[in-house]
Design a protein around this ligand. Structure first.
Ligand SMILES: Nc1nc2c(c(=O)[nH]1)N[C@H]1C(S)=C(S)[C@@H](COP(=O)(O)OP(=O)(O)OC[C@H]3O[C@@H](n4cnc5c(=O)[nH]c(N)nc54)[C@H](O)[C@@H]3O)O[C@H]1N2
Ligand SMILES: Nc1nc2c(c(=O)[nH]1)N[C@H]1C(S)=C(S)[C@@H](COP(=O)(O)OP(=O)(O)OC[C@H]3O[C@@H](n4cnc5c(=O)[nH]c(N)nc54)[C@H](O)[C@@H]3O)O[C@H]1N2
Ligand code: SF4
Ligand SMILES: [Mo]
Length: 858
């Protein structure tokens, strides 16, 4: 089997992958991001590349269409809207999951040819506050760090980052460095205890959105204890005194931390020269996100701890090409190649280089505003590329209605059924990972090739080509005559070369003249060169700027909902949802709630909770755990209307944004919570597709087909009819058992002697082994004892899967702990858990810790 060198399509770590057409996936030992490692999502890539669910041909008004019809219609509708209502009546909504080449042509078409800046991207929900913070401090959007800094640091501070689950390979690199140098300290700042906290020496469980108070407190401490680098700041930093004055205006009580916690942290930071502060969505996704970013940058600037090995602020990017999108100016307030939209010289240079009829002069709509403009009727034609806004934007139900309000909607996606495709007039099939060629840039500014190793799916086309085809039909043929992604990349480099006279951080010169096909992963500006090493920044006077920031007043709602990610799912699950292995980690949308709060609202293990926000509601399974602080709730963002019938998490979030960056505050929403009292609860496993329409339903893939958790408001007259109505096709024969004593109905459907589906229902949440029921599907009828809802005695139930690589369940691990295992590596020897990708190691550590100190309820 020949293996192709490519790059993982998930997170911003940007791991190198060796991939084969038979589904073989290995970490690339030569790639400098991962040196051969992969996490659980990367390792399972082979399970997500089949054609099941793929969009294989264009769809126009719900019907299969040919490319010419679809592209003609798209070009016509966009041209008509522009002619009638002007360039600002159309919009593109793009994604950090587009390749640089795709992104470049989309941005070129909108800004240079249509003449509007109404192209924004999901990076607005993700990196916008970091971009704005960097620009205020450095004069450019520069991420100065690189991964080796994490290994060289003596102190790593992880702020609003669940690195163990979201950047697992970076987390593993840090874990390995700490194992080598145990004196290295790690601090985690997060209102919630997460898998990331397990490795940390100190977890500061701060009040939500109190990060500015904390970092202002640190700045004041640095000043009080003469830890400011006076020589450095005099030479290289403006507004130090103003920032210090502002830092003292904030009371540290906002953080909710004890004096000793604060002192420990401040002293550790002040006394450690080599400190890297890594931050992510707990910082960015806030209505004061940009100020949070600057409160962190201020501390690094004040101490001169930037631009040197092993130290600096490090905003880690989320999506595989979030950084590439910033390079090509994908946001509505950027131009291209780190040039400024507001600078007439920059605009003129770009227009001349593009030979374009026009160039936008004003900023376009930012994501949340863009969908508000869809709702208000301003937007007449919308093109969504490689993102699923009907799920991922705040107020998702309102956004879905806004999209429905647009007279003409186009999507480009790899999958057929998504919540956004369901609203589109035209769906265009894009080639997916493994089929397309291009480049991505990771968190440390390393450009890597994605290379095709699979044949194109159906009639799909690469995104860059789809965009060029439309541009050509709109009359801009000569500017979009690219024949390959290599042509696009070459133009991107040429634009870089043509604009070197402007002061910019972006420098792609090292790529010029290299063979695109064999391009090795490389960092810009030039391998080895370190940003800000010489103390030079990009404001006109060459200095950096500290920004005086103050902690906004915090209100304390009864319940504050925090949202984020799970280890084994990627965003709206269109790809990871296909993998049974990944689904088995956490198979249902859930709500973390503190035991005290659960008691207060009378919620017990397995209950469903109805959460209500100002804009909508959602029903989620209670996960009662002291990981979350009292008064706070947490729910993952992943589940969509394709899997759940009772509201998505973004049905609850609000379109409140940071005033500077426009990034929505997705991490804190005031909500109400109460138990959803169903008349009955059910669990269903089947070899057939499921289509439940019960008030609560959550579908997931299993290794033997599908499963669904359901709940109903009315007790059905006939259980067999009810069960059949949940399954798309059941020709099986039913065996119904009613266990009146346990209040449990059990039905087995069999066909030709093989078990086809199992259904369990009760007046209480069904607490039985999911794993065991799943494994019975497709087996001989004689395996029916499983119907008792208890595992057969010779096959212990392995419990919820913790290690997805080897399918090791929680119960298997607890047994191993009982049998004497006491470390993560003991568990590895006994069960294999954690010995492949290592993503579950923090959870193994947590299980060990819990086995040692019994906890209340979880
Ligand atoms: N498994 C997985 N990995 C992913 C992704 C995925 O979907 N799945 N998506 C990728 C993308 S696009 C992104 S952007 C990254 C995101 O990566 P992260 O930002 O690490 O992930 P999140 O879970 O969104 O949020 C991080 C943490 O912020 C905390 N937080 C909430 N409010 C506050 C606050 O006020 N202050 C502080 N200090 N912390 C707070 C939350 O409790 C949460 O644990 O992950 C990337 N990696
Ligand atoms: N509540 C809450 N909401 C959030 C967040 C949060 O923390 N909390 N995080 C936010 C963040 S940081 C992000 S980045 C967003 C992510 O949110 P989205 O970008 O909406 O989520 P994805 O599921 O990654 O959507 C990618 C889409 O592109 C498709 N796709 C995959 N590959 C290709 C390709 O090569 N070409 C094309 N054309 N399509 C492709 C996929 O099938 C999928 O439909 O969510 C945001 N929303
Ligand atoms: S850490 Fe995992 S998801 Fe992120 S790039 Fe590496 S393998 Fe992919
Ligand atoms: Mo993101």
């Amino acid at each position: 089997m020949t293996l192709t060198k490519t790059t993982c399509p998930y997170c911003g770590v940007g791991c190198g992958v060796l991939a084969g057409a038979d589904g073989t996936i290995k970490g690339d030992p030569d790639h400098p991001a991962n040196f051969g490692r992969l996490c659980s999502k990367g390792s399972a890539l082979g399970e997500t590349i089949d054609l099941d669910g793929r969009l294989l041909h264009p769809i126009v008004h719900g019907q299969k269409a040919n490319w010419d019809t679809a592209l003609d219609l798209v070009a016509q509708k966009f041209s008509d809207a522009i002619a009638e209502h002007g360039p600002d009546s159309v919009a593109f909504y793009a994604s950090g999951q587009l390749l640089t080449e795709d992104y470049y042509v989309a941005n070129k078409l909108m800004k240079g040819f249509i003449g509007s800046a109404n192209i924004d991207t999901n990076s607005r929900l993700c990196m916008a506050s970091s971009v704005a913070g960097h620009k205020r401090a450095f004069g450019t959007d520069t991420v100065p760090g690189c991964y080796e800094d994490l290994e060289e640091a003596d102190l790593i501070v992880l702020v609003g980052s669940n690195l163990a689950w979201c950047h697992p390979v970076l987390y593993q690199r840090i874990a390995a460095a700490k194992a080598d140098r145990p004196q290295m300290k790690i601090v985690n700042i997060d209102p919630r205890r997460t898998a990331t906290s397990e490795l940390c020496d100190l977890h500061l469980q701060i009040s939500p959105d109190s990060d500015i108070a904390l970092f202002n407190g640190l700045l004041a401490h640095l000043s009080d204890h003469r830890k400011i680098d006076v020589n450095y700041t005099e030479a290289h930093v403006n507004e130090l005194p103003e920032a210090i004055v502002a830092s003292r205006l904030t009371s540290l009580s906002a953080t909710g931390l004890t004096d000793s916690e604060l002192r420990n942290f401040f002293e550790l930071w002040a006394d450690t020269e080599k400190v890297v502060t890594v931050y992510s969505q707990g910082v960015n996704q806030s209505d004061c996100g940009t100020d949070k970013v600057n409160s962190i940058l201020n501390c690094h600037l004040a101490t001169g701890r930037i631009g040197k090995p092993g130290m600096g602020p490090f905003s880690v990017t989320g999506q595989p090409n979030a950084m590439g999108g910033r390079e090509v100016g994908g946001l509505s307030n950027m131009l291209v190649n780190h040039l400024e939209l507001g600078n007439p010289d920059h605009r003129a240079a770009v227009q001349e280089f593009w030979q374009s009829p026009t160039i936008c002069t004003a900023q376009g709509l930012k994501a949340v505003e863009l969908f508000e403009a869809c709702a208000s009727g301003q937007i007449k034609a919308l093109w969504v590329m490689s993102t699923n806004p009907a799920v991922s934007l705040p107020n998702a139900d309102g956004v879905a209605a806004a999209i429905r309000n647009v007279p003409f909607v186009v999507t480009s996606d790899i999958m057929g059924k998504t919540d956004t495709n369901d609203l589109a007039h035209v769906c265009l099939p894009a080639t997916g990972w493994g089929e397309k060629n291009g480049t991505v840039t990771n968190s440390e500014r390393r450009v890597s090739r994605q290379r095709a190793f699979l044949p194109t799916a159906g009639e799909a086309k690469p995104d860059w080509e789809i965009i060029c085809n439309v541009a050509r039909r709109m009359g801009y043929g000569s500017a979009f005559a690219f024949k390959s992604p290599a042509d696009v990349f070459a133009e991107y480099l040429a634009l870089d070369a043509a604009t070197t006279h402007f002061s910019r951080d972006l420098d792609l010169s090292q790529f010029a003249g290299l063979d695109y096909e064999t391009l090795d992963p490389a960092q810009w500006p030039r391998n080895g060169k370190r940003f800000f090493a010489d103390g030079q920044f990009y404001h006109p006077d060459g200095k950096a700027k500290m920004i005086p920031v103050v902690q906004p007043k915090l209100t304390k709602p009864r319940f504050e909902l925090n949202t984020g990610r799970n280890r084994d799912q990627w965003h709206t699950m269109t790809r990871t949802g296909k993998s049974p292995r990944l689904g088995s980690h956490l198979a249902e949308p859930y709500l973390e709630i503190h035991p005290q709060d659960a008691m207060a609202i009378n919620a017990r293990i397995g209950d469903l909770i109805r959460v209500k926000g100002e804009y909508g509601q959602s029903i989620l399974r209670a996960l009662i755990t002291p990981r979350i602080a009292p008064g706070q709730l947490f729910a993952p963002m992943h589940w969509t209307r394709q899997q759940v019938g009772a509201g998505t998490v973004n049905s609850l979030t609000e379109p409140t944004t940071d005033p500077i960056s426009g990034q929505p505050a997705l991490k804190s929403v005031s909500v109400a919570a109460e138990v959803f009292r169903a008349k009955w609860y059910g669990f269903l496993v089947s070899s057939q597709k499921l289509s439940p329409s019960t008030p609560y339903a959550a579908i997931a893939r299993t290794k033997t087909g599908w499963q669904a958790e359901v709940a109903g408001r009315h007790r059905p007259e006939d259980w067999e009819t009810e069960a059949r109505s949940l399954i798309e096709k059941t020709d099986g024969e039913a065996a119904v058992f009613e266990d009146k004593q346990r209040n449990l109905v059990r039905i087995a459907f069999s066909n030709h002697g093989k078990i086809q589906a199992l259904f369990f229902a009760s007046t209480k949440p069904v607490l039985l082994s999911r794993t065991e029921s799943i494994s019975v599907i497709g087996r001989e009828q004689s395996a029916l004892p499983a119907l008792a809802g208890r595992p057969p005695s010779d096959q212990p139930d392995s419990g919820a899967i913790v290690c997805s690589c080897f399918s090791v369940g929680r119960n298997t691990l607890l047994n191993a702990l009982d049998a004497g295992a006491s470390t993560v590596s003991d568990l590895g020897h006994a069960t294999n858990a954690g010995t492949n990708c290592g993503s579950c190691k923090p959870e193994l550590a947590a299980l060990i810790a819990k086995a040692k100190t019994p906890m209340a309820a979880e």
